[in-house]
Each structure stands twice: as structure tokens, then as C-alpha cells.
Design a protein around this ligand. Structure first.
Ligand code: CA
Length: 226
């Protein structure tokens, strides 16, 4: 999952970046509204966290312009304490949820998970498919009730395919949504990860959880239970 953080307070921004990276997100960050708008308009994002009080371009204008450009990923706004007008403005401009400062990082992460799964039509934090369960809170995966040990990168890949279940996801999309701009990206490495993920989830090749569509990408080929 790829997240944008637009926040002008350096220490809070650093905390957000660290918390999201630890939670497995690829993170882009901006310290003011103009750069934030550029990133919000051009990056392949899954979610954005936008402070409303920003230099150069305020958060409400940033959100309004982003929505005018038809970007529909969920947006969570950060607001100062007791400023209810700002929350209303943010929601009216197209934000999906808000948090009042100061907040607990755990709450922010829980709200992001909820936004992401609701956007994709899941109602609970465990994504269930045939015999595969993905607990997005604990970041744990089970097949037939048995825990499967995945690396952080394998988990991210599976969670991204799962939350977009049924859709064909190209390699370019996976690289965009799982890596940050300046990291080394290689489609061959991605193929290795997919192969390993298949071996771990389906050693007997009975489940066939990930389908390869030649020249188009990958698809989670299991039936959704919830
Ligand atoms: Ca601010």
C-alpha cells in the first residue's frame, strides 16, 4: 500500500513516516501544500493523510483540487483540537475521515486499515477467501487454519492482491504500490517473490491462489467469503 503524508510539523511528519513504514506502507511525504498537491495528483496512491493547516496551499484546497482531478483514494485529515469547522470543511472537500491532534498512532493505523478495506468492500479486518485468511491487523496469514510465515515483503504483496481481489494487477502497479520511488525496483525480483509466496501458501499446488495472466499481471484467484 502506498501512502502520502502531507504535514508541516517536522517531528509529527517524521513519526508518521516511521509508523507507516513499520506498518508496511510505501510512504511519500510533503511538508507543504503545493508539493503535496503535486504528489497527490501524480503518485499511484492508495491513501493520503493530509494536515489541514499547511503553508503554501491549505489542506482543504489540496483535497478539493485532488478530488476535482478524479482521484478517489481515501483521504484522512488531521485537524487541530476543537476546530469543528475545519473538520466539516475537510469532509465537504472530499476527505473520508479525520483525526484530531494529538492522536495515538495505533488509532491512525486502525483508521487507515478501515478506510482501505471499506474502499475495497471488505467489512472486517480479516480478509477471508476460501481456505485463506489474511488478518490485516496482526499481519498474519492462515491457510486451512494453519499459520503461514511470510516476510514483510511477501505479506505486502499478498495483502495488495487480496484487497484488490478479482482484479488483474500488473507488475508495474505492484512495483508502484509496494516500493517507494527511490528504491531499487526490478520486475524479476517481483517474480521471485510471487513464486515464493505461491510455494508458501500452496506447497501441494491444490489451492492455486495467485493466477498469472501472461503479459497482464497477477490476480488473486480465490473466492471471497466476506
Ligand atoms: Ca499544520
Amino acid at each position: 500500500m502506498r501512502a502520502l503524508i502531507v504535514e508541516d510539523e517536522p517531528s509529527l511528519r517524521a513519526q508518521l513516516v516511521e509508523a507507516l513504514r513499520s506498518a508496511g506502507y510505501a510512504v511519500d511525504e510533503a511538508a507543504e501544500g503545493e508539493t503535496g498537491l503535486h504528489m497527490a495528483s501524480t503518485m499511484p496512491l492508495d491513501v493520503a493523510i493530509i494536515d489541514l493547516g499547511l503553508p503554501k496551499l491549505d489542506g482543504v484546497s489540496l483535497i478539493r483540487k485532488t478530488r476535482q482531478q478524479d482521484h478517489s483514494y481515501p483521504i484522512l485529515v488531521l485537524t487541530a483540537r476543537d476546530n469543528w469547522e475545519a473538520k466539516v470543511d475537510g469532509l465537504e472537500a472530499g476527505a473520508d475521515d479525520y483525526l484530531t491532534k494529538p492522536f495515538h498512532m495505533e488509532e491512525l493505523l486502525a483508521r487507515l486499515r478501515a478506510l482501505l478495506r471499506r474502499t475495497n468492500g471488505f467489512s472486517e479486518s480479516v480478509l477471508r477467501f476460501d481456505s485463506l485468511n489474511i488478518d490485516t491487523r496482526a499481519q498474519q496469514v492462515e491457510v486451512d487454519g494453519t499459520k503461514v510465515e511470510l516476510t514483510a515483503y511477501e505479506y505486502r504483496l499478498l495483502a495488495y492482491l487480496a484487497i484488490n481481489a478479482g482484479e488483474v494487477i500488473s507488475k508495474a502497479m505492484l512495483l508502484d504500490h509496494l516500493y517507494e520511488e527511490d528504491t531499487y525496483r526490478d520486475p524479476n525480483v517481483l517474480e521471485v517473490f510471487v513464486k515464493r509466496l505461491r510455494q508458501k501458501l500452496d506447497p501441494d499446488k491444490t489451492l492455486k491462489p495467485i493466477e498469472t495472466l501472461r503479459g497482464r499481471g497477477y490476480r488473486l484467484a480465490l473466492n471471497r467469503v466476506n
